[in-house]
Design a protein around this ligand. Structure first.
Ligand code: GDP
Length: 319
């Protein structure tokens, strides 16, 4: 049994920025709490303020160091910042993970910085509905910027793109030259490219490679966004203000071109679809007896029925 929650009070506290209330609401998202529907209804009028920035790149490239440095740079501008580390490969519930990550401890005592990690495995279409809902909590809590970082390895690099307004692709010399980047499909997804570890040999070559690959792409026409390539040494806080400037420029460009709304529309559509599919699957699991999927599966195996007609029968029962 989940204990009853006073949603209006919790939402009000979160809106005033109370860290515990924010954390509680994100846990409710992670747990697919039954009252989530009520939470989202209460938060709906307060969303759309935050600039959502996705940070992606191979493990070891400096994502968490860069996230930490970006938080510092954003705080210098007196912005309220949220950090959501999403681990699509981990079944473990969040909270502890990022707290353990030493490089983020610079900000744990800052009341205007919210740091949370969240696992989404185990939920059907997990990333596509849990992440936007957790982001909505941080947005409604008054964050000006929310950084979404994928942790863990996997196919999440490209998946994260649909979740952000602006996507930052992080590379490092020798790890992600242009060819590799092109192969990984990340050239298309980056709005801002950052070559981190610029204190190492080969950084300028990596920058040149990426610029070259971008120039070969289809983003060179006038009016289109030409992704900037910025060099950083995240561990020494170098170049990070330039990244923030590039992010600002991208936000302004998106607003001017209607792209911000277009991206948010796509995101909302994906979220709705994920919720529909989740709900259909739950209701399908509730069907019993001759209408149940087990009975129909047996009929298909025994050759009494084909799988399309079985699916039609379930769809008819659900609608
Ligand atoms: P992540 O796996 O992408 O999150 O990468 P981390 O942020 O954990 O960084 C991986 C390693 O690279 C750590 O040992 C960092 O201290 C180091 N690192 C991060 N940024 C830089 C940098 O700009 N220069 C150098 N030399 N090392 C860095």
């Amino acid at each position: 049994m989940t204990r009853p929650v006073d949603i209006p009070t919790l939402v009000e506290q979160a809106r005033r920025g109370a860290p515990r209330a924010v954390a509680r609401l994100i846990s409710m998202v992670e747990d697919a709490h039954p009252a989530l529907r009520e939470v989202m209804a209460a938060l709906a009028p307060y969303s759309g303020h935050a600039h959502i920035i996705g940070i992606t790149g191979s493990p070891g490239v400096g994502k968490s160091t860069s996230t930490n440095a970006l938080v510092t740079a954003l705080r210098r501008r007196d912005l309220r910042v949220g950090v959501l580390a999403v681990d699509p490969s981990s079944p473990f519930s969040g909270g502890a993970l990022l707290g353990d990550r030493i490089r983020m401890t610079d900000h744990v005592l800052d009341p205007r910085v919210y740091i949370r990690s969240m696992a989404s495995r185990g939920h059907l279409g997990g990333l596509s509905w849990t992440t936007p809902q957790a982001l909505r909590v941080l947005d409604a809590a008054g964050c000006d910027v929310v950084l979404v970082e994928t942790v863990g390895v996997g196919q999440s690099e490209v998946e994260i793109v649909g979740l952000a307004d602006t996507t930052v692709v992080l590379l490092a010399p020798g790890m992600g030259d242009g060819i590799q980047a092109a192969k990984a499909g990340i050239l298309e997804i980056g709005d801002v490219f950052v070559v981190n570890k610029a204190d190492r040999d080969g950084a300028d070559n990596t920058v040149r490679d990426i610029r070259h690959m971008i120039s070969l792409g289809d983003r060179t026409e006038p009016g289109l966004w030409r992704p900037p390539v910025v060099k950083t040494v995240a561990s020494r806080d170098e170049g990070v203000d330039e990244v923030v400037e590039a992010l600002d420029k991208h936000l302004t460009w998106m607003k001017d071109k209607g792209e911000l709304r277009a991206r948010r529309l796509r995101r909302a559509a994906d979220e709705i679809e994920a919720i529909v599919i989740k709900s259909l699957r739950e209701r399908m699991g509730d069907l019993r007896g001759e209408h149940g999927v087990d009975t129909l599966a047996a009929a298909v195996v025994d050759g009494e029925q084909d799988s399309y007609s079985a699916a039609d029968q379930i769809l008819a029962d659900l609608t």
